[in-house]
Design a protein around this ligand. Structure first.
Ligand code: UDP
Ligand code: MG
Length: 328
């Protein structure tokens, strides 16, 4: 019972949109499986939702137990951890991730698969005409640019979760036990032949974004600190340059004092200069804190998610009498 495609979807308080998701997703996947003659499985991870999502997933499992597997996490672990919990149970030779809110149209999965068949092992989507608020789009564009400059990770659109990964990449991710995960970037460092394709993007079908600003900032710190030491290194450069300049200024002022006597002019310049340095120093301390905090979490090495239940067919439920073996 070989599975060709595992589709992994993290779900957090998405009850309002799950019906429309399933109504579009299953037909799209069934069509794909008929056209490309492949076997698929759909892995739905509930990321500790507090709405009706878990109950709806149970019901969905009962409707399509042949292709559906559900992982219920006990508490909210975050989108990327939830995806990883899904990766751990995937069996497909290719794995595709997408969002539950229909922003990534399921019909676009075939585009990724075509590229995978051409021999790429990691295919990222980039969103044509991204349908989000300007408040989300422009910062995201800037962050993409910063990531491009400060890390070795090359991808068009880091925020697009419509992506396809080959089995070896999934296995490598499953063996990574970093605490602050950013799946698209982590996959990139294990990819042998990555590429990007353009995919459509739609407005959220129902409900609201599950990313308040604070969560978004934290996620981007995960990306930057996880894949680059550049922020810290940049800091030591700034520190060095300001130290040299202020030493020179100090020497100059000391000589002037000896030659012309004390003067009280320019106090405000001095203040502003001091506050600037203070600001730089505080930011630097904060940055150090970001790394140290992550090291601390890593050292604690707590389990990052807790599975409450997995709903899946056991081999005895299936009609697979020909082999009678465990599917994995
Ligand atoms: N999500 C999740 N856990 C979280 C936050 C989000 O599993 O803690 C899921 C969410 O249900 C959706 C996907 O991650 O399927 C992307 O979230 P969302 O659409 O809110 O992000 P946005 O499109 O606003 O960036
Ligand atoms: Mg979304």
């Amino acid at each position: 019972m070989n599975i060709d495609l595992s589709v992994v979807i993290p779900i957090y308080n998405e009850a309002a949109g799950l019906h429309s998701l399933f109504a579009r997703l299953y037909p799209a996947l069934d069509k794909l499986s008929a056209e490309l003659s492949l076997r698929y499985e759909l892995i739905l991870i509930d990321d500790g939702s507090r709405d009706a999502s878990p109950a709806m997933l149970r019901e969905q499992f009962n409707q399509r137990p042949d292709v559906t597997r559900v992982v219920l996490l006990a508490v909210n672990a975050g989108q990327h951890m939830a995806i990883k919990a899904g990766f751990e149970v995937t069996r497909g030779t290719t794995v595709v991730t997408l969002d539950a809110d229909l922003q990534n149209p399921p019909e676009e999965i075939s585009k990724l698969l075509v590229k995978m068949r051409e021999g790429y092992d990691y295919v990222g989507g980039y969103r044509r005409e991204r349908q989000d608020s300007a408040f989300r789009k422009y910062p995201s564009r800037l962050l993409n640019r910063i990531r491009e400059r400060t890390t070795r990770i090359r991808m068009r659109d880091q925020g697009c979760m419509l992506r396809a990964y080959s089995r070896p990449i999934i296995d490598a991710i499953n063996h990574s036990n970093e605490v602050n995960l950013y799946i698209p970037a982590l996959a990139f460092i294990y990819a042998r032949k990555p590429t990007d394709v353009e995919v459509a993007h739609e407005e959220r079908a129902a409900g609201e974004s599950k990313y308040p600003l604070s969560k978004l900032i934290r996620l981007n710190f995960d990306l930057m600190t996880g894949f680059s030491l550049m922020p810290l290194q940049m800091f030591s450069m700034i520190g060095m340059v300001t130290a040299i300049i202020s030493t020179a200024a100090f020497i100059f002022l000391a000589i002037r004092r000896v030659m012309h006597g004390a003067d009280a002019d320019g106090v405000f310049t001095l203040f502003s200069f001091t506050f600037m340095l203070l600001g730089v120093a505080l930011f630097g301390m904060g940055l150090l804190g970001e790394y140290i905090g992550r090291i601390y979490q890593q050292v604690q090495s707590r389990p990052r998610y807790l599975i409450q239940a997995i709903l899946e067919q056991t081999p005895s439920d299936t009609n697979d009498v020909t082999t009678g073996q465990r599917p994995s």
